[in-house]
Design a protein around this ligand. Structure first.
Ligand code: 9MJ
Length: 692
């Protein structure tokens, strides 16, 4: 009998150790599957031997009775709040007060991220978690013990020799990644989403049914102490106290540390600010606490806030504003993005006037309407977005927003394919909004590679009516560029009418014309890629070019023919057929050809026919005669399939200069190995009809 009891205690200890390593040290001891196995074994034993069950076993986190309300719980030591500072000056003032009253003008501070969650006090007696409460008014909070027990990183039992009474204060928060995946799942299952991680944390702890709380991914970081029966005399600073509670198994924020004087804390503030978007949790500031307890005592308190600590806030990432209009933007492939035009508002230090609404589903989900008061959010480099509507502030007589049925730029129909989130303008290259994006793609380096034809210039060319389609690029003359430049400068209010400016301008236009001209002589795969057919990237373009050898058979191939091409699936086949079926796309291609864009055409090179058909080739090391990219393209043209890694399935390894581990592995596997000379002679023997 005792054997079961022993095993149960052993399992409990193993799980508790694994939890400590995982949640506190961030250094997991066990794979998740092993942890699950231990927990299941313990659950099973507890079920069969309830007489040995421990109420604080790791299996006993979720109670099953909803509370009728939360009891009030008095804090034996008040839970403090923090004074706020919004500028460096206020921090200098704070440091000045400390210098005046402690005589120390360069004291050590504990510096901590200010977590944006819910402040909580945990009470342990004899090492066992007995109660937990919210801050409430600082002297009395709400008893949320049952909910806190479901927070996996809050230990139900402390490690080591904890004092008889130990109260730990800290923040319950929801890690960002967990918030995202919780919402993704809720959406998929048609459940309710959480507005943001902060509300997620606060709302979850205030659930009456702990079974609901248990489904919420909550976490906890300790940042202070409440009642402690006996403080070890060795602990004389706040940072030592955090290290101390960490040893009992309570997680402490890894970004917390110490800094000296006002310069040190400001440095921490700016460094943490730069990392803000990369942290796993939301913060709204940094907290500085005078580290030495004796200095803290010298400073004392005002009302409910200590004079020895301060919260230095970052500019808010969320602000409230009003939607003045909802427009739609058209992307290269016609994707329509609804954009909210906002009453200007400062968000995280920048004036924001536009915010993305992503797509029609998102608007329906948020029920955003024109004239609504909304919360907009801007984090780091991310495009500002509307996160929610404040429905109480909605004026009377608003109507739900509807996706327009016609493209605002070209008037073509807007359609949405079944199962797609995105609506699209069907205008194709005929739509100026799409054609701008199409032109940018067309001239980009990996497509037609037109040097000097950048985004700004393309915008001007389209806006001033010089170019509508990609084919029009090849009709531009020197005078067009010069006239366009003059008009753009007039429009922008800068008119440098000097002789030198004129010479510079004509040189610029000549260079551009030359670059455009040079792009006329090209290869089929580039043209196919440059056309910007949805889902036709460089690799598919290459496959098509090789398989068909010429453009006309691709243009007239129907879906079933396209589907026979290796690596082209039904969706891409449909996209290609659809693209070439559009009259305006065919017209643009005819015009391109009419304007002198040309490429060599030849017989189809079906991979299954090539001398390397069915062979997988790995290229490694450096080649002298060509780049690895080029070698790869030429080998593929002969039917080879390229791979990046060596395995038993590799047919040939081509080892250039300084080949390393791949060569060693190929030798080990006894594969066929070529050097560069062998590659070159093979290409020379097998590449009939290359024009270089
Ligand atoms: C937060 N929210 O992260 C305190 N806090 O200290 C930190 N809050 C605090 N400390 C005393 N890191 C009262 C509140």
């Amino acid at each position: 009998m005792d054997l079961f009891r022993q095993r149960m205690r052993q399992l409990q200890a193993q799980i508790e150790e694994a939890n400590y390593r995982y949640y506190v040290l961030d250094d997991p001891l066990l794979p998740d599957a092993d942890w699950d196995r231990l927990l299941r074994e313990l659950q099973d034993l507890e079920h069969r031997h309830p007489e040995f069950a421990d109420p604080n076993s790791p299996t006993q986190r979720v109670g099953n009775r909803p509370a009728s309300g939360f009891r009030e719980l008095a804090h034996s030591v008040p839970m403090l709040s923090l004074a706020n500072a919004f500028s460096d000056d206020e921090i200098e003032d704070f440091a000045g007060r400390i210098a005046k009253e402690t005589g120390d003008d360069n004291p050590v501070f504990s510096v901590e991220p200010k977590l944006d969650g819910l402040a909580i006090s945990l009470r342990y007696e004899n090492g066992v978690f007995i109660r937990g409460a919210t801050r409430g008014d600082g002297s009395t909070g709400e008893d949320v013990t049952a909910n806190l027990r479901t927070v996996k990183c809050i230990p139900l039992k402390l490690r080591g020799d904890a004092p008889t009474v130990l109260e730990v204060r800290g923040e319950v928060y929801m890690p960002r990644a967990d918030f995202e995946s919780y919402n993704a799942r809720a959406l998929a299952e048609g459940g309710k989403t959480l507005a943001n991680p902060r509300n997620g944390a606060a709302g979850s702890l205030r659930q009456l049914d702990p079974r609901v709380t248990a489904t919420r991914p909550l976490a906890f970081y300790a940042y202070g102490l409440g009642e402690v029966s006996v403080m070890p005399p060795s602990i004389q600073t706040h940072s030592q106290s955090l290290a101390w509670v960490r040893e009992f198994g309570l997680p402490v924020c890894p970004e917390a540390g110490t800094a000296r004087g006002p310069a040190g804390v400001l440095d921490f503030y700016h460094r943490l600010g730069a990392q803000r978007d990369a942290l796993g949790y939301d913060i709204d500031g940094a907290v500085y606490k005078l580290d030495r307890f004796d200095q803290q005592r010298a400073m004392g308190f005002v009302s409910r806030a200590p004079r020895w600590a301060i919260a230095h806030k970052y500019p808010a990432q969320e602000q409230q504003t009003v939607i003045e209009a909802i427009d739609v933007q058209v992307g290269r492939t016609g994707a329509i993005t609804p954009v909210a035009r906002l009453a200007p508002v400062q968000v995280a230090g920048v004036v924001v006037t536009n915010a993305t609404l992503h797509n029609a589903d998102q608007i329906t989900r948020l029920d955003v309407r024109i004239s609504d008061t909304v919360i907009v959010r801007r984090a780091g480099d991310v495009i500002p977005e509307v996160v929610r509507v404040i429905e109480d502030r909605r004026p009377a007589a608003t109507t739900p927003w509807r996706m327009p049925v016609h493209c605002p730029i070209c008037g073509s129909a807007i359609e949405r394919e079944e199962g797609e989130v995105v609506s699209r303008c069907t205008g194709g290259l005929f739509c100026p909004a799409q054609s701008k994006q199409a032109l940018i793609h067309f001239s980009s380096r990996r497509a037609m590679d037109i040097d000097g034809l950048g985004e700004r210039l393309i915008e001007d060319l389209v806006d001033l009516g010089y170019v509508k389609t990609i084919a029009d690029l090849y009709t531009l003359r020197l005078d067009d560029f010069l006239a366009m430049k003059r008009r753009a400068e007039e429009r922008d209010g800068s008119t440098p009418e000097t002789v030198k400016a004129g010479r510079v301008a004509s040189k610029w236009a000549e260079n551009l014309l030359q670059a455009i001209d040079a792009s006329r002589a090209t290869v089929l795969e580039r043209v196919l890629f440059a056309l910007g057919i949805r889902d036709v990237g460089e690799s598919t373009a290459k496959t098509l070019a090789r398989h068909f050898g010429a453009l006309d058979p691709i243009m007239s191939a129907d879906e079933s023919v396209l589907r026979e091409v290796p690596d082209i699936g039904p969706v891409v086949a449909a996209r290609i057929a659809h693209f070439f079926a559009q009259a305006h796309n065919r017209e643009v291609i005819a015009a391109l050809r009419g304007n002198g864009v040309h490429w060599p055409e030849g017989p189809p090179q079906r991979a299954q026919d090539g001398p390397l058909a069915g062979k997988t080739i790995v290229l490694t090391g450096g080649l002298a005669a060509m780049s690895r990219d080029e070698a790869g393209t030429r080998l593929e043209a002969l039917g080879a399939k390229l791979s990046g890694s060596v395995s038993k399935k590799t047919g040939i390894l081509i080892a250039g200069e300084a080949a390393g581990s791949k060569l060693a592995k190929a030798r080990e596997l006894g594969l066929e190995i070529w050097d560069e000379a062998m590659l070159l002679s093979f290409l020379a023997d097998n590449e009939g009809g290359r024009d270089d």
